[in-house]
Design a protein around this ligand. Structure first.
Ligand SMILES: Nc1ncnc2c1ncn2[C@@H]1O[C@H](COP(=O)(O)OP(=O)(O)OP(=O)(O)O)[C@@H](O)[C@H]1O
Length: 264
């Protein structure tokens, strides 16, 4: 049996009294694009932060390619590329300088840095803009730059937190096409969070639907639609969440606006 890219078992996480992740089990297979879906506050970011080692796993177990995140933290960090929701590029540096900085931070061997930086910028279709300050980039270009930063160390697992939030439909499609192309070219495993059901349906091999800290359903988008007698993933999701996806609450509005502001 092949070692799973990610194995999460019985994981819980609380912020004080508030239980954000409430007993999550899931397995991500090597080479797949796996979508962790859910409305704002479902516990997606908290779950992936534990997988990336940014939050401690206090209850339960998480492994990345067979390495336990609690015991083999550094080994896990070397396997993972992570693009958080918040902006991780420096506006004053050029695209190339931003990626080169990540190459140094993630110990890409000195002799390979220049070529590797050029290669990932090209894979994100940023070669022409590489020597312009990132502050001049559009929202979609910034997202692709952040992907290049995460890819420069050639991770086996790429983790993306809401990669298309706040982007217009054309930029969203371009970002997804680049992600899909990288997976095709390298066989990299991709774990992505999103609350855009139609994107997950189109680009993810399998998805887990999260709501209130728990995984409520897991399978291919087609399996879930059939299993829940629905026309699409959006409908399946509404069966679990009611109107949460639409209303989202104060936190949702604040998050979206913050993102729009940083990209604007
Ligand atoms: N640092 C924190 N302190 C206190 N509560 C937090 C903190 N981070 C998250 N939470 C709470 O934990 C719950 C899960 O948050 P999480 O960010 O994991 O959700 P999410 O599904 O990723 O949603 P979003 O897309 O809005 O980030 C939410 O109720 C949130 O308010």
């Amino acid at each position: 049996m092949t070692t799973p890219a990610v194995r999460v078992e019985g994981v819980r996480y609380s912020f004080g009294e508030h239980v954000a992740v409430d007993g999550v089990d899931l397995t991500v297979h090597p080479g797949e694009i796996f979508g962790l879906l859910g409305p704002n506050g479902a516990g997606k970011t908290t779950t992936i932060r534990m997988i990336t080692t940014l939050l401690p796993v206090r209850t339960g177990m998480v492994e990345v390619f067979g390495r336990n995140v609690r015991k083999q933290t550094m080994a896990v960090r070397r396997l993972v590329g992570y693009v958080p929701q918040a902006l991780s590029a420096d506006a004053a540096l050029t695209g190339r300088e931003n990626v080169a900085l990540f190459a140094r931070l993630f110990d890409v061997p000195r002799r390979q840095r220049k070529d590797r930086t050029a290669e990932v910028l090209d894979s994100m279709r940023l070669t022409d803009a590489a020597d312009r300050a990132a502050g001049t980039y559009s929202g979609g270009m910034l997202r692709r730059l952040e992907l290049a930063q995460a890819l420069v160390s050639n991770p086996r697992l790429l983790i993306l937190d809401e990669p298309t939030i706040g982007l217009d439909p054309v930029a969203r499609t371009t970002v997804w096409e680049r992600i899909a192309q990288v997976r095709r070219d390298t066989g990299m495993t991709v774990l992505v969070t999103t609350h855009y059901m139609e994107e997950a349906e189109q680009y993810c091999d399998r998805v887990a639907l999260m709501h209130q800290g728990k995984v409520r359903a897991l399978g291919t988008p087609a399996e879930l639609a059939t299993g829940f007698d629905a026309d699409n993933l959006d409908e399946v999701f509404r069966q679990f969440t009611g109107d949460d996806v639409i209303t989202g609450g104060f936190r949702s509005v604040r998050t979206t606006r913050r993102t729009a502001q940083r990209l604007g």
